[in-house]
Design a binder for this molecule. Sequence first.
Ligand code: J9Q
Length: 229
Amino acid sequence: MRIDVITIFPEMLAGPLAGSLLGKAVGSGLLDVRVHDLRTWTDDPHRSVDDEPYGGGPGMVLRPEPIFAAVEALDPDRGRVLVLSPAGRRLEQAFVRELASEPHLTLVSGRYEGIDERVVEGLPAEELSIGDFVLSGGEFAALVVIDAVARLVPGVIGTEASHQRDSFSEPDLLEHPQYTRPREFRGMAVPEVLLGGNHAEIERWRRETARAKTGRNRPDLHGPAQEPD
Ligand code: J9Q
């Protein structure tokens, strides 16, 4: 899979893309991530990428010309173009799966005050938000999208089974609590049921604690249809 990223801060992406699981995927050739500096496509001496908003107001808006030039300079078969923006469609795991099935994505890192709307209308591009909070720019949001998508590319993650159980694979239930050694830590014991090897009992405990945790931490989720037990 190929992902092009267009940003005014290419150095913000370098470290994360080199390290860890992402770095391995990029190194192995399963994932071809190319980061481009938007200023490459400016033609004025100040290499300006933004300007004041028409109609007035605070902050600056990303100009359309460099973004169009950048996107058009990339592979003409550029795939979906996604602009990171708090005003975008909210990312969830179903959307991640959809994106992971594409051969090629282009991510444009926006900024809070915004990006000229003609980028969305004219390229065209889709706006994508990673959540309802404010960032100072789209770079970390782009990294979140890349990480979430990359781990679904076949071969990137070693243990296919670990996909299945993640929170949000089952969309309405968070993961159950986990424990590892030692059996007792600072006076806190690992629940007895996990030590016993009764797998039916363990499954039941996990279902119950997952349900309780979902209710506590995510009352907006409704939980899976209840099976009689
Ligand atoms: C570009 N706050 O926020 C949430 N998802 C994306 C964003 C975002 C932001 C500022 C600039 C993206």
